[in-house]
Design a protein around this ligand. Sequence first.
Ligand SMILES: [Fe+2]
Length: 190
Amino acid sequence: MYIFAAINKNDLNFTIMINKKLQDAINAQINAELWSAYLYLSMATNFHAQGLSGIANWFEVQFKEEQDHAMIFYNYLVSRGGRVELKAIDAVKTEWATPLEAFEDTLQHEEKVTSLINNINALAVELKDYATQNRLVWFIDEQVEEEESAQKMIDSLRMIKDNPYAIYMFDKELAARTYTQASPLATSAE
Ligand SMILES: [Fe+2]
C-alpha cells in the first residue's frame, strides 16, 4: 500500500502509454529506417548495373535489415499504445561510381543513424521511460556493428584500389551474405 502511495499518477502514465514527444521521435525513426532501406536498395541496383552482383546482394540484405529495424520500432509503438504515422520517404541518391564511394556513404549514413538513436535514448532518459531505453539497447549495439562493418569494407576497398582481380574477389565474398531476421522480431512472433 505504501509503495502505491509513493507513485503519482503521471509516473504510472509513462508505463502505460508512450509520451507524445517520444512517439514523434520513434515515428521519425521509422521513417529514417525506411529511408535507409531505400538508400541501400538504390545502392544494390547501382551495382547490378555495374555487373557487381555480389556487392548488390550485400546491399539487398542491408535493405531487408533496415525494414526489420522499421518494424521493430513499429511493433514497439503499437505495443505501447502509440500511433504509427507513416510519412513520405525522401528520394535517395541513385548513382555511385565505385564500391568505395558507396561504403563511404554507408558509413556516413550509419553514423547519422547512431546519433538519431542516441537522441531518442536521451529523450527516453529525460522522460524516465525505462521500457524505451531497454528497447533501444538492441539498436545501440546494432549501430556499433553497422559502423564497424562499413569501416571494414572501406579498409578493404582502400587496399584493393583499382585492382580488377581484387574487386572480383571482393564481389564474390559479398555474394555469400545471407539475410537473418533481426532477433527482436523473431521473439515478438512467439
Ligand atoms: Fe537501421
